[in-house]
Design a protein around this ligand. Structure first.
Ligand code: AMP
Ligand code: ZN
Length: 114
């Protein structure tokens, strides 16, 4: 828990969000400004400011987050495919400084991303 962190406030319930999925390490909820028909954020309960903070001690957590993203895609029936994105740092386009995975689906994704 990091005071002043938006996603920590969602995790504690201080700010409401519709929990699409939850397990012992993470919660998943819809992005408030969706960039595709389905746009869900997978957020670890542990505060980690970005992927750049991750080290060998986080490999189990990172694996569980990826597995949770796959579970979210199944829950949302993204059978035709989807994209998982981790914006990292200023040039990576990160705006909320609590690690999160974007699960985007429901439209064709272009490449390269903008
Ligand atoms: P990023 O730009 O990768 O750091 O992603 C942060 C995401 O959080 C953006 O896509 C925002 O739309 C989303 N967001 C910001 N505030 C909220 C909120 N209260 N509930 C859900 N999503 C949010
Ligand atoms: Zn946080």
């Amino acid at each position: 828990m990091s005071s002043g962190c938006l996603f920590c406030k969602i995790i504690t319930g201080m700010i409401p969000a519709q929990r699409v999925y939850e397990d012992e390490v993470c919660i998943a909820f819809p992005d408030i400004n969706p960039q595709s028909l389905t746009h869900i954020l997978v957020v670890p309960k542990e505060h980690l400011s970005s992927l750049a903070e991750a080290g060998p001690e986080h490999t189990e957590l990172l694996g569980k987050l990826m597995a949770a993203a796959a579970e979210v895609a199944r829950i949302k029936k993204l059978d035709r495919g989807y994209r998982v994105v981790v914006n990292t740092g200023a040039e990576g386009g990160q705006t909320v400084h609590h690690l999160h995975l974007h699960v985007l689906g429901g439209r064709h994704m272009g490449w390269p991303p903008g």
